[in-house]
Design a protein around this ligand. Structure first.
Ligand SMILES: Nc1nc2c(ncn2[C@@H]2O[C@H](COP(=O)(O)OP(=O)(O)OP(=O)(O)O)[C@@H](O)[C@H]2O)c(=O)[nH]1
Length: 677
């Protein structure tokens, strides 16, 4: 395993799916057939290799992205597990950032569910080439061709059927490979490890020929060579077909679709072949973009082990008190025992160990190369989203953007023993999860946790209890607001004070003015030149930003505001960073007092699915919650209502919807924007 795989044979992939489509079971079977795991751990036994976290086993859903490595034919497949629940979009986004291709798993009965659409769109944003696997062909109601239509209509993708199923539901026995025109049948006795390939059975022949035509037509639309041969009725070899499919998949023109049943051990080996044949290697995708940390000049290094090092930390886990950082290496070589440079922190860090991650064990390696995804021990300060490079050839890769928390709860340790552990546990959680924020409420002294949704915080609390035996009382969830202002307002402050025997003097006049929604905070220093020494400007900026961060009305961060310093003055020998920082902060408070600051609340995109006869109730209920219905679309016998609703009005919605629709309605929700109350 530790022998070096050429970069062209590496496949960094994610498996994306709606909850319950069977992602964990598919991953399990991949590990089984690639020989990494010797026992099939059924999800319902709580033994799945990937889901090693206790909480995931209890809930039966996958929360964290674990990376695991396995070997298939000549390829090294590194699987980054991605969750299906939208409350964990951070996990999906960070996985998408470092993978090169993905397998979308769909349920043959449910097809493309709203959350599969969400995840699919995220993958579109990152230009990730995909193949699709229609799982659960054994279930009652399984309908391969219906899912194909859904992929076309809901995901607006062009499916390329490279297989069709033989039988369905309990008579599903295998597939017809439309590339080689062979029938593949799995042997139930050997957990699907053995299968036979042979000529297509007579009763399937007509259908197989018909879909082979469809495959050739679809492929001809994107590949000229295939088109010429197809129109000329010339023989097209398997190699030619594979190469055309590979190019079209990588160019994201087509999505090859396959099927099977992971639970009944059918269809996984051809899926592994498709990962190897059709998904890109790190060499097949555009080189990662970065900038020079000082000059901000665009930079890119080739994905080669002799190029300068560039790697991105995409996840940090605290394991037994040690920080394990997961990094994707884009170029160069990472060596154990050597220093690397973190351009964000402007600091060197030592790589003490490099680990190749298998699902439940780690293998130590001395070096890792472009294309690899590894665990690193030894990094002390670096965190998720930061770059590692060499101090000689510095590069800064694009940072990961994390959504801001929208919901918070107050927690209180139950006993003295819980109190003692709480700080340490929270530190671990915040290091691992950049979307979780902890702060102490200045008025009440309570600890406030903020996160991405109710489920996100619920899981944190339950992990505290189960994994760390730390019990807390939990307050009811509160919406996290932002503050902003309507019109420009000016502020002034004079700071002239003796601190520890030294006089500090600073004077600042500034203006706070509204920016467009979503712009954040901008700072500009427009005081006359040489009014204060240039090296104090960063202190002014720091003080001003900090003041805005602590808000005005209720202490929520101010957003979408420009700070313009108009005048500044100092006295020689009485200037200090401290003085300028405090003075800028006071001037901002002064401007906020003068101006009209208001609250912004989180608005959510909500999608509600209800049968026709409950639509009236569902819309009425959304209206009473202050929701705005944006569209209503029929999907088979179900109506899909898309609306935007203030998060504050969505508490208890799942219970309300269930009782209004006798359990038939479902919904999904994700953060849209902050807007005026
Ligand atoms: N009938 C049938 N059931 C399956 C199949 N694959 C998975 N399942 C079952 O479907 C359920 C969900 O499977 P998982 O593998 O946990 O699905 P997942 O997509 O990983 O779900 P999350 O971890 O919740 O995101 C489990 O009870 C599986 O045993 C299949 O091919 N056929």
């Amino acid at each position: 395993m530790s022998k070096k795989t050429p970069i062209s044979q590496i496949r960094n992939i994610g498996i994306m799916a709606h909850i319950d489509a069977g992602k964990t079971t598919v991953t399990e079977r991949i590990l089984y057939y690639t020989g990494k795991s010797h026992k099939i751990g059924e999800v319902h036994d709580g033994e799945a290799v990937m889901d090693w976290m206790e909480d995931e086993q209890n809930r039966g859903i996958t929360i964290t992205s674990a990376v695991t490595t396995c070997q298939w034919n000549r390829s090294l497949i590194q699987i980054i597990d991605t969750p299906g629940h939208v409350d964990f979009t951070i996990e999906v986004e960070r996985a998408l950032r470092v993978l090169d291709g993905a397998v979308g798993v769909f349920c043959a009965v449910g097809g493309v569910e709203p959350q599969s659409e969400t995840v699919w769109r995220q993958a579109d944003k990152y230009d990730v080439p995909r193949i699709a696997f229609i799982n659960k062909m054994d279930r009652t109601g399984a309908d391969f061709f219906n899912v194909i239509d859904m992929i076309r209509e809901r995901l607006r993708a062009t499916p390329l059927m490279i297989q069709i199923p033989v039988g369905s539901e309990d008579r599903f026995s295998g597939v017809i490979d439309l590339i080689s025109m062979e029938q593949i049948t799995w042997d139930d006795e050997t957990l699907g490890a053995e299968f036979s390939k042979g000529p297509i059975e007579p009763d399937m022949e007509t259908k197989a020929r018909e879909y082979r035509e469809t495959l050739l037509e679809t492929l001809s639309e994107v590949d000229d060579t295939i088109m010429e041969k197809y129109l000329g009725e010339e023989e097209i070899s398997i190699k030619e077909l594979q190469s055309a499919i590979r190019s079209a998949t990588i160019a994201r023109e087509l999505v090859p679709v396959m099927c099977g049943t992971a639970l009944k051990n059918k269809g996984i080996q051809p899926l592994l072949n498709a990962i190897e044949n059709f998904l890109p290697s790190p060499k097949d995708i555009p080189p990662v973009q970065g900038i020079h940390p000082h000059t901000e000049k665009p930079m890119e290094f080739p994905p080669h082990k002799t190029a300068p090092l560039s790697a991105l930390i995409f996840k940090v886990s605290m394991i037994e008190g040690r920080k394990l950082s997961f990094a994707r290496i884009y170029s160069g070589t990472l060596k154990a025992g050597e220093d690397v440079f973190n351009p964000t922190l402007k600091k060197k860090e030592k790589i003490s160990r490099i680990l190749k991650m298998h699902a439940n064990k780690r293998e130590r390696v001395e070096e890792a190369y472009a294309g690899d995804i590894v665990g690193i021990l030894g990094l002390k300060k670096s965190s998720t989203g930061e770059t590692l490079c060499s101090s000689k050839d510095q590069v800064l890769l694009e940072k990961m953007e994390f959504d801001k928390p929208v919901i918070s709860i107050a927690i209180e340790p139950r006993t003295h023993a819980d109190q003692e552990k709480l700080e340490e546990v929270l530190e671990k959680f915040t290091i691992e999860d950049p979307t979780l924020k902890v702060k102490i409420d200045e008025d009440t002294g309570q600890t406030i946790l903020s996160g991405m949704g109710e489920l996100h915080l619920e899981i944190i609390i339950s992990r505290m209890k189960r994994e760390f035996k730390t019990d807390v009382n939990v307050g009811s969830p509160q919406v996290v607001y932002r503050e902003s202002m309507d019109a420009p307002s000016t502020g002034h402050a004079l700071f002239d004070r003796e601190i520890a025997g030294k006089q500090h003097f600073a004077e600042i006049s500034l203006e706070l003015s509204p920016l467009e929604r979503g712009k954040g905070i901008e700072f500009s220093f427009q005081a006359p030149e040489e009014s204060i020494p240039e090296n104090y400007i960063p202190a002014v900026e720091k003080g001003a930003r900090e003041a805005l961060e602590s808000g005005f009305i209720k202490g929520y961060p101010m957003v979408d505001t420009r700070i313009t310093v108009k005048e500044a003055s100092c006295r020689e020998s009485q200037s200090s960073e401290l003085g300028f920082s405090v003075c800028a902060s006071m001037a901002c408070r002064n401007a906020m007092e003068q101006g009209a600051v208001y609250l912004l609340q989180p608005i959510m995109d909500v999608e509600v699915l209800v049968p026709d006869n409950y639509m009236g109730e569902a819309i009425g209920d959304l209206n009473t919650r202050g929701g705005k219905v944006e569209s209503i679309e029929p999907r088979n016998d179900i109506q899909v209502i898309s609306a935007t609703v203030p998060l504050a009005k969505m508490f208890g919605y799942s219970t309300a919807l269930r009782s209004a629709t006798q359990g038939r309605g479902t919904f999904s929700m994700k953060f849209s924007r902050f807007d005026k109350e």
